[in-house]
Design a protein around this ligand. Structure first.
Ligand code: SF4
Length: 185
């Protein structure tokens, strides 16, 4: 689909139309085949620079025993998951915690890294070198260059878009306080 067509769909408020169009696109691409990927969650860090109001993942430094998982913990977790039949290593992590917490900055410096993204790259590489799992990375908002940096060690990357509605992101709305994950068209 072309960008213009996608944007036109985003402006369509008729739910039945959207459901019909979504079904057509799915059927054209994949028919009725449903797939899933058995995966292990690898929470590289629970620290995050954002404080999205609904979030149950992010924690403050006082609530975590260590700012980051070590590379050994990452690899051990991935190896165990592989034995259990997992195919994917899903890296879940807070976004750039070093911009908010000195604990994160110090931990990175002590390990020899300048950023969480740099550490993530190393952790993902370790999974590739030590297992057959495919890494999927979820480090939040990134620049094009940062995505390019991670591409060689990632089978895929993702980011949750919280809302495309300005109204729902306003104070009193269900998505108020969702950090940076809104797309206003
Ligand atoms: S960016 Fe993600 S991890 Fe961070 S507070 Fe928001 S939802 Fe939680």
């Amino acid at each position: 689909m072309k960008t213009k067509e996608i944007l036109a769909l985003a402006r369509n408020t008729n739910t039945s139309d959207l459901v019909r169009e979504a079904s057509n696109i799915r059927d054209k691409g994949h028919g009725s085949l449903i797939t899933y990927s058995p995966k292990v969650f690898i929470p590289l860090t629970h620290l995050c620079r954002d404080v999205c109001h609904y979030c149950t993942f992010a924690k403050t430094p006082k609530k975590v025993s260590s700012p980051y998982m070590s590379i050994k913990e990452v690899v051990d977790s991935a190896k165990n998951a592989e034995l259990l039949g997992c195919k994917e290593a899903l890296f879940t992590l807070g976004e750039r915690p070093e911009l908010r917490y000195s604990t994160a900055r110090k931990a990175l410096v002590n390990m020899g890294y300048s950023s969480t993204l740099e550490y993530l790259k190393e952790a993902s590489k370790a999974v590739i070198e030590n297992t057959e799992l495919l890494p999927h990375l979820n480090p939040g908002c990134m620049t094009f260059q940062e995505i390019e940096e991670l591409r060689p060690v990632a089978a895929s990357m993702g980011m949750m878009l919280e809302s495309s509605s300005k109204r729902l992101c306003e104070k009193g709305g269900p998505h108020y306080g969702q950090g940076r994950k809104e797309l206003i068209l």
